[in-house]
Design a protein around this ligand. Structure first.
Ligand SMILES: [Zn+2]
Length: 253
């Protein structure tokens, strides 16, 4: 006899797919990262200590904001970070935490990612902050992470890794990839010299542009007039005729 239908089955599958992709994309190491998504009465989070390839929808843990959880699996040891961020940031639905190579390398040096490249604005500010170190899984780490994320969508965690948040799992994974790319570029630039930083006025300009960047689908539709006869694509017959004529001209030369 089949048991009761698993709640949030599709979302659980999406969480597993995102967890697998963050490793395939090289923004996480082994099973050290974790993924969560908000649900009506709490959030879903990846379980602790399980390889993503083995995860089934029922392994994803449903948790309440009071820390209670349902199901056979223990939640990620970083569930507090996920809970506290989702509680503090109502606009965010997804949280991804990874131990990405270059982001973590900078975090181990206690370095933030400054405005060395305009794309730093993708995380919502003129830097990607680095939260102070605290033991993994602690309330202290969670508090530092929430503070480092204030007004931002990503941060580094000293001697640990990085966090990205967003409205959807897909957007959050894309941001994690972007932050890791920036970390890798910054790290490379540091090998050669001291990167030139963009000033506050320029980053303010970029942040303003980013507020509307990539939102053309939401823009008011514009009426585009159909092309006139001259602008219209030539007929295949006309294209063939033109090709034959230029071939003949080339032969005469
Ligand atoms: Zn971690």
């Amino acid at each position: 006899m089949a048991g009761p239908r698993l709640a949030h089955s599709t979302l659980r599958q999406e969480i597993i797919a995102i967890a697998r992709r963050m490793n395939a994309l090289g923004v996480n190491q082994g099973k050290s990262g974790n993924v969560s998504h908000r649900i009506a009465d709490g959030f879903l989070v990846t379980p602790t200590g399980m390889a993503y390839d083995t995860l089934k929808p029922a392994d994803v843990v449903a948790m309440g904001f009071d820390g209670s959880y349902r199901g056979a699996r223990l939640p990620s040891s970083e569930w507090r970070v996920h809970r506290d961020i989702l509680a503090a940031r109502p606009e965010a639905n997804a949280v991804i935490h990874t131990h990405a190579m270059f982001a973590t390398t900078l975090a181990c040096l206690g370095r933030e990612i400054p405005a060395f490249h305009y794309m730093v604005a993708v995380a919502g500010g003129d830097s990607v902050r680095c939260a102070p170190y605290a033991t993994f899984g602690t309330e202290e780490l969670s508090r530092y992470a929430v503070e480092a994320l204030e007004g931002r969508k990503a941060c580094l965690l000293a001697n640990h890794g990085m966090i990205a948040i967003g409205a959807t799992l897909e957007a959050t994974l894309a941001l994690a990839v972007e932050v890791e790319t920036l970390a890798a570029m910054y790290w490379r630039a540091l090998q050669v010299g001291e990167p030139h930083l963009l000033d506050d006025a320029e980053m303010a300009r970029v942040l303003e542009k980013f507020r509307t960047y990539g939102q053309q689908a939401l823009a008011t539709p514009r009426v585009v007039s159909p092309p006139t006869l001259d602008e219209a694509a030539p007929s295949p017959r006309r294209v063939r005729r033109h090709a034959r004529a230029s071939f003949r001209r080339a032969r005469r030369r």
